[in-house]
Design a protein around this ligand. Structure first.
Ligand code: G3I
Length: 383
């Protein structure tokens, strides 16, 4: 009798534990579902992307991984697909990080973007010179470009949604940048790069990507470039407007004019490297008489962003975000250039070691007020 009673008690106990477990699991999954999410907030407008650094690619920042999955449905490599990283020597590739990034994107149903195939910066040292350090011939450079593009694009064929094929080929004054590619092949290197990329993966979208796209001279040259590629029957799906901004630049009117000019030229637009420095512009050529005072004046927020500056920054970011939404019929992706403020390249550029606040999440992985607002509005549109 006593044993029977104990067993009965045990059964009730086990039942309670099982019920509690299911209630816990259910509430966890519904919490996950109702959790705010930036990608859900902009669903139907554009993809929400983020650039991953190598720590994130290698899963060494678990908090970042959680946020990336929660808020973004597109990823791009901040550095690990550039030629110096992925193809450091003529006969040696280093695909390790890029493979992980692509795998992470696929596992999480994200649109993976390749950045970037042909760029003068972070260029593999062997790419444009021979063993004596002299420029290679035009034919040799064509061969190298073709081999590089075929190897990299070919490896991820069918797995990468689109490639930044050529990056930053135009100067602010609208002239072609005198990069090693230009010096050897003239502007011809641009259509060649698009041709090779298309051969390597005919399904992949192809983009031209650049900064300072609000400037009239650059805008016009990009329109000319789109026309030149289209006239030759080459594929170009979108122009990437990088979107590295500050508190005083660009003017949103000029930025909007460029969005419209590019879409009128027959391509989509992507905001590909969005960030906004909260720091004062650095005057180059300043006479640094008092280094300490100078440093303080260009790095004034080491202990945190004052409320007034934070508010101005959030307002300005919101203004641009609304501009992107306004043109979401042609803007297909908005990608931020890093996850948290601590990750941003802006802490090291144009002055090393400053404390900047350019991204959507702060150093504690918390969303900035304007991001929170966008997500809450989606959850409750009456707000
Ligand atoms: O990998 C080396 C590491 O081995 C070394 O110990 C360390 C010491 O400084 O440097 C590391 O390389 C750095 C690399 O980022 C990876 O962290 C380079 O010094 C640094 O210059 C490089 O900066 C990158 C920059 O492109 C290079 O031009 C930034 O992270 C990256 O955000 C930035 O991204 C570019 C886009 O690709 C194109 N548009 C402009 C944008 C900002 O410059």
């Amino acid at each position: 009798m006593k044993t029977h009673h104990i067993w009965k008690k045990c059964h009730i106990g086990i039942l309670c534990i099982v019920c509690a477990f299911f209630i816990e699991v259910k509430s966890a999954s519904s919490a996950e579902h109702t959790e705010h999410s930036l990608k859900r907030a902009v669903e139907g407008n554009f993809l929400m992307g983020v650039a991953l650094n190598t720590r994130q690619v290698n899963g060494r920042d678990q908090q970042a991984t959680r946020l990336i999955k929660q808020h973004f449905n597109s990823i791009v490599a901040e550095n690990c697909m550039k030629s110096s990283a992925i193809h450091p020597e003529k006969n040696r590739f280093n695909f390790a990080d890029a493979d992980k990034l692509v795998h992470f994107g696929e596992e999480n149903g994200m649109a993976v973007i390749g950045h970037c195939l042909i760029w003068h910066s972070q260029l593999a040292p062997w790419f444009c010179i021979d063993e004596n350090g002299a420029k290679v011939s035009p034919d040799e450079l064509k061969k190298r470009m073709r081999d590089h593009i075929h190897a990299v694009v070919g490896r991820y064929k069918g797995r990468i949604k689109g490639w930044d094929v050529v990056n930053e080929a135009i100067e602010s004054n609208g002239s072609w940048r005198k990069s090693p590619f230009y010096e050897i092949l003239g502007e011809e290197y641009i259509p060649l790069a698009f041709q090779y990329a298309h051969e390597a993966d005919p399904q992949a979208e192809l983009y031209y990507n650049d900064y300072g796209m609000d400037a009239k001279a650059k805008r016009n040259k990009v329109v000319e470039l789109i026309g030149m590629l289209k006239k030759r029957g080459l594929r170009i799906d979108a122009v990437g407007m990088q979107g590295h901004m500050g508190m005083k630049y660009p003017e949103s009117d000029n930025f909007e004019k460029s969005i419209l000019s590019f879409s009128n030229a027959g391509v989509n637009v992507m905001i590909t490297e969005w960030d906004m420095s909260a720091l004062p512009n650095v005057q180059t050529g300043a006479n640094i008489a008092d280094t300490v005072a100078y440093r303080k004046s260009i790095d004034p927020y080491t202990d945190g962003l004052p409320d007034a500056i934070s508010q101005a920054w959030n307002n300005r970011m919101k203004e641009f975000f609304n501009l992107f939404l306004k043109h979401s019929n042609v803007i297909t992706r908005v990608t931020v250039w890093g996850l948290t403020d601590g990750d941003s390249w802006k802490n090291g550029f144009p002055v090393r070691g400053r404390v900047d606040y350019p991204l959507l999440f702060d150093r504690h992985y918390m969303p900035k007020p304007f991001v929170q607002e966008i997500m809450e509005h989606q959850a409750d549109p009456s707000r």
